[in-house]
Design a protein around this ligand. Structure first.
Ligand SMILES: [Zn+2]
Ligand SMILES: [Zn+2]
Length: 427
């Protein structure tokens, strides 16, 4: 029987993993730059966590979650997003009691949603996300947005716009929820059955219904921004003025509501027309979620965060990376069994000295071995034949400058170090 990877999953092969590592390193560097520390939470959690945190009327939870019973009958879910796990861990580990009131963390890793695999969407996909917990301030909102913009700029993504909106605080949301109900009540019989259920439970979710997207009542629906309380309005105005001062390009997009229940106040998305990503692509987004930690049994704790799909970020990373950067220092080419025995000694010694190296294990001739040295972008080819074994030397060929030297065994490390550091400017 032949096996294949489950639908919606992909293998990241060695030729592609270098690009992933490059992206991950870039994201770690930016995180350090903003003093944001990594946090790692389990890939599965109690299903109830996501019902509670993300909201059981959202598509993510009601339709797309991988939920299963373990051997003791506990209902568990593969995480469909990263914020709920972080918030759960924040409460469980009493991070609200830490001396630093503002906790800034990031996560990176696989997420799981049962979606139709199309347009590059995978059922196992990867997200990088940031959460800033503990302080309600428009300054923190803006730090968060700025960090998201930094990521996009560092990747060289072009034609980027920051879209922002405010959903307001509890008071604003109550007023808005009522306005939505008043608006949709007369046309409720035209809407799909999901929306009829949402109408009572959570009318805000009607706005992201894909089935009813074309219904005129959707276009004319009230806007959150018209129902903001004084407090919420002051918060949003300050966010806008800080963005103005920092000369960040943004547009207020009153249709932006984000598909998850936990947001309040500021929400944002980064939208790009970069041809590499496709027109109008949402690169990432996030927002403030002041109720979430309390909802999970912690003290009232404000938070703000964002997430990026890493597959999308990868599209922006150039393919023409400098291969020599990942190349081997030395590829050892033994000819004959005595040479191979010697090569094993040398490669162990070189690796112990920190050089990246490999050797032929297929007993090929010179030509085949040179091809490998080339494929691995080896700086040196080290040729060992019978003659070299007799003389206790190796033949070092630099594949950049095409110089060649006979080097006594005891001088190999010194020779490589000297070659790479001093007066050898072919790179
Ligand atoms: Zn609907
Ligand atoms: Zn060289």
């Amino acid at each position: 029987m032949a096996y294949s990877a489950p639908r919606g999953t992909v293998d990241i092969l060695p030729e592609k993993s270098g690009k992933w590592i490059k992206l991950e390193q870039l994201l770690r560097t930016i995180s350090a730059n903003y003093n944001v520390k990594e946090m790692r939470t389990p890939i599965f959690e109690h299903a109830e966590l996501f019902n509670r945190a993300v909201g059981d009327t959202t598509d993510v939870v009601s339709k797309e979650m991988y939920t299963f019973a373990d051997k003791k009958g506990r209902m568990l879910s593969l995480r469909p997003e990263g914020t709920a796990g972080i918030a759960r861990a924040y409460v469980e580990n009493k991070m609200y009691g830490l001396p630093e009131k503002l906790q800034k963390v990031y996560y990176m890793g696989p997420m799981f949603r049962y979606e139709r695999p199309q347009n590059g969407r995978q059922r196992q996909f990867h997200q990088y996300g940031v959460e800033m917990l503990g302080v309600e301030s428009p300054y923190v909102d803006v730090e968060c947005m700025l960090m998201a913009v930094t990521v996009v700029e560092a990747l060289g993504i072009k034609n980027v716009t920051l879209h922002i909106n405010s959903l307001g605080d509890d008071q604003s949301r109550d007023a808005y929820r009522q306005a939505l109900k008043d608006h949709f009540a007369p046309v409720l019989d035209q809407l799909c059955s999901d929306c009829k259920a949402r109408f009572d439970k959570n009318p805000l979710r009607i706005l992201d219904c894909k089935v009813d997207a074309k219904n005129p009542a959707m276009q004319s629906a009230p806007k959150t921004i018209d129902y903001l309380s004084d407090h919420a309005k002051a918060h949003f105005d300050k966010v806008c003025s800080l963005l103005d001062d920092l000369e960040i390009d943004y547009v207020v997009d009153t249709n932006l509501v984000r598909g998850l229940d936990y947001y309040s106040h500021t929400v944002f998305e980064i939208i790009s027309d970069d041809p590499k990503l496709g027109a109008g692509a949402t690169v990432g987004g996030g927002g403030r979620y002041n109720g979430l930690v309390e909802e999970l049994g912690g003290p009232a704790t404000p938070g703000v965060g964002f997430a990026f799909g890493m597959e999308r970020l990868l599209l922006a990373l150039d393919d023409d990376q400098d291969d020599d950067e990942d190349g081997l220092d030395v590829y050892i080419m033994p000819l004959g069994s005595e040479a191979k025995d010697l090569a094993v000694q040398i490669i162990a010694m070189l690796r112990a000295n920190g050089f990246t190296c490999d050797m032929d294990q297929c007993d090929r001739g010179l030509k085949g071995q040179f091809k490998s040295a080339d494929r691995y972008h080896a700086h040196f080819s080290m040729i060992i034949g019978d003659e070299e074994v007799q003389k206790e030397v190796v033949n070092m060929k630099c594949n950049h400058s095409h110089t060649q030297d006979e080097v006594p065994l005891e001088n190999i490390v010194a020779y490589i170090e000297n070659h790479m550091s001093g007066g050898h400017e072919h790179e």
